[in-house]
Ligand binder design. Structure first.
Ligand SMILES: [Zn+2]
Length: 65
């Protein structure tokens, strides 16, 4: 099950649309390895990264500006 939790203010560069993203959608996902939080680009709605915590600074796949 995936459910959008909230819109989060971030300061990141999306690897898909190459734009600076000022907000991202956070989705909570229940998986077999536990709860994961997916962060989606506000501009292109593609997945930027997944974290085990509801904290975008923990994402290794994010390219911070
Ligand atoms: Zn994007």
């Amino acid at each position: 099950m995936t459910k959008i939790l909230e819109k989060r203010v971030v300061k990141l560069k999306c690897p898909h649309c190459k734009k600076e993203v000022n907000s991202a959608f956070v989705c909570k996902m229940d998986s077999v390895i536990g709860i994961r939080y997916a962060f989606l680009c506000d501009n292109c709605q593609k997945l930027i990264g997944i974290s085990s915590e509801n904290d975008h600074t923990k994402l290794h796949t994010f390219q911070t500006i």
